[in-house]
Structures are given as C-alpha cells and as structure tokens.
Design a protein around this ligand. Structure first.
Ligand SMILES: N[C@@H](CCC(=O)N[C@@H](CS)C(=O)NCC(=O)O)C(=O)O
Length: 344
C-alpha cells in the first residue's frame, strides 16, 4: 500500500500533465498562410497600419526599412523570437494574428498581409507615384530587374539549407548560427523547451538547445553544422560577387540611380552580416569595392537609420560582442568559421 500510493500519485500527475499538454497543443496549431493581403480577415486594430515584427528578424527589418523610407507611420507590436528572449511567436495571442507562427505581419485597416516580400510590394504600390519618394522603378524593365534581386534576397522554404543557391537570405540565416549560439547562452532552457513542445518545426528549438549545450567553441567542432556554415559562406560569396558585378554595370543602386525594394532587401542581408560579425570577412580591404560604396550609401538612408539601426536588440548586440571577442581571443575559432584557405 505504502509503495503503491506514490506510484499512483506520480501516474495521476503525469496523466494530468499529458492532458494539459494536449489541450494546450490544440490551441497552438499552426498552418501556412498564403502571402498577400487577406481582406476577408479583420483583426482588432486601432491604427491604419500595425506591424507585428521582431528587432532581429531579417524579414521584419525589411518591412520596417520600407515603411521608414516611405515615411509611413505604424503602430508597433514587438513579438519575441527565442533569439530575443522567448517563443512569443507561437503564443496563442500571436497565432491569432498569424496562424503560421511567422513574423512579420502588417495589418492594413485590420487586414493582415503575410510574407515580407508581399508586404513591401503592397506598401510600395500604395505609395507609388511621382509626387512622393517611392521605391518602385517607373518602367517594367526596371521593375523586373528589381524583382530578380528582391527574390535573391528573400528567405525561401522552411529549412534555409535547401535554398542556399537561390537566396542570399538563406545563406545569411545559416551564417547567423554563431550569433544564435552566443545569444542562446542567456536564454533559460525551459523557454527553449516550450519550442520543443509547441513549435511547428521541432528541429529549430532542438538546434537552439544543442547550441546552448555546446557553446560557441563546441559548435565549431560539430562537423555537420560546420559543413552547412562552409557552404553558406561560399555561396554568400557568390551572391555578393554577382551583386558586385551587377553594380559595376551601373549603380549606385541595383536599379540605377533609384533606391528600390531590391536595395531594401539587400540592406538587411548586409546588416545581418554586421550583426553576425561577417561583414569584414566579405568586404574587408576593399574587396568588392562597389559593394563597399553601396553599403555606405544604404547606411545613409532613412530606411536604414530609422527602420534598422534604431532597432538593435540588447541580447543580439551582446551576442555580436561575444562572437567578436571569441574570434579575437582564439584564432582557431575564427579559422574554423572562416575556412582555412577560403577566399570569400
Ligand atoms: N517567407 C517569410 C519568412 C518568414 C520567417 O521565416 N520569419 C522568421 C523570422 S525572420 C520567423 O518568424 N520565424 C519563427 C521562428 O523562428 O520561430 C517572409 O518573408 O515573411
């Protein structure tokens, strides 16, 4: 009797926890949302434009930069990713805004617009016209050129590794791994476990947990992860070479003298290279001189100053410092990240 009571109690507690887990899981179901505006959905709102975004998120930066350049006011809702503190992006409240559990989302009069490239195209089209500083080329040739470069800087697919050839954004996502590793140090394990329980893609929280357990040094000794970093680094070099070559034909922007959505999309890639401490590696010693000039020009725009620079997250800035310090302290760590004989 004495030994069966604790057993029965443990069983009862486990049963209750399991029931609670499945009940919660029903509320956290995610499903993909088609890109573009959904006029059939109206979410609670109090401003014409409301943006759900995250300081670090590449796609959120792109939308903020676009809104800043077009001088469009919006009500801001910062939603945490695990990288900035917690899995708010899969909370019940946020899933009511985007059942896909992804950022960013822009509401226009309460109607959600999903997918960052659709959001920037939507707002740019609304503000299209000669009377205002706009982000769309006037002619169809310019627009199609812009689209090509927007696409090359847009995140594709659920797993960045699969789209490294097609997208510099996917390369940037993999090159962010050391930054994630440094940042996750300060995130408590139970918050990552929330992701393991409820995130649509378990592999993401599983990776964060692994990075937390291994630490910065340990991560560079994990061959499968380092293989991905090597590929992403080499292919990012190719994407940047292509842009360097393209800028040499004209410039100073991607579509000649006009700043367009293509530049907004590349601005956030270059910013990510700064955050994850790769920028010197790719642009050092005036390697890729056109890109050096281009990057300086982009940094002088309202898009960058208001939409990107003002949103540095303390956890991310601290992680950048950690990566930088580790590289300075341990040349082997740097060499493993940058490739022994690689010319970027
Ligand atoms: N194709 C989507 C990608 C959106 C996306 O992957 N967003 C990331 C942040 S950049 C996200 O919300 N991830 C959720 C998570 O990691 O839990 C877009 O361009 O908006």
């Amino acid at each position: 009797m004495i030994s069966t009571l604790p057993f029965l109690l443990t069983l009862a507690v486990a049963g209750i926890l399991l029931i609670l887990f499945f009940l919660e899981k029903r509320h956290r179901k995610t499903h993909p949302m088609i890109g573009g505006i959904h006029t059939n959905i109206e979410l609670p709102h109090s401003a014409e434009y409301e943006l759900y975004h995250n300081d670090l998120s590449l796609c959120s930066k792109k939308v903020r930069a676009c809104m800043a350049q077009l001088d469009i006011a919006y009500k801001s809702h910062h939603i945490d990713l695990i990288e900035t503190g917690s899995y708010e992006v899969i909370s019940r409240d946020y899933l009511a805004v985007n059942p896909a559990g992804l950022l960013p989302v822009l509401l226009h009069n309460g109607h959600p617009i999903y997918e960052s490239h659709e959001i920037i195209a939507y707002v740019a089209a609304r503000f299209d016209g000669p009377q205002k500083q706009n982000l769309l080329p006037p002619d169809s040739a310019g627009r199609s050129l812009m689209q090509t470069w927007v696409k090359r800087a847009s995140l594709v697919g659920d797993d960045p590794v699969t789209g490294l050839h097609a997208s510099a954004a996917n390369c940037a996502a993999i090159l962010t791994t050391p930054l994630f590793c440094a940042g996750v140090k300060s995130i408590p394990v139970h918050l990552i476990i929330e992701g393991l329980l409820f995130h649509r893609l378990r592999s993401r929280p599983a990776l964060f947990l692994l990075l937390k357990l291994r630490g910065l040094k340990g991560f560079t000794r994990m061959a499968p992860l380092m293989k991905q970093v090597d590929r992403a680094r080499n292919l990012m070099g190719e994407h940047l070479d292509a842009l360097e070559h393209h800028l040499r034909q004209g410039g100073p922007y991607i579509v000649g003298s006009q700043l367009t959505l293509a530049d907004i999309s590349w601005m956030v890639i270059l910013e990510r290279l700064v955050e994850a401490d790769w920028i010197d590696f790719f642009l050092q010693q005036n390697r890729r001189p056109m890109l050096n000039v281009y990057w300086r020009l982009l940094q002088a725009t309202p898009a960058y100053k208001i939409g990107v620079e003002q949103y540095r997250h303390p956890t991310v800035s601290a992680a950048t410092m950690l990566v930088r310090e580790e590289k300075a302290r341990d040349p082997m760590f740097r060499a493993r990240l940058e490739g022994w004989n690689t010319v970027a």
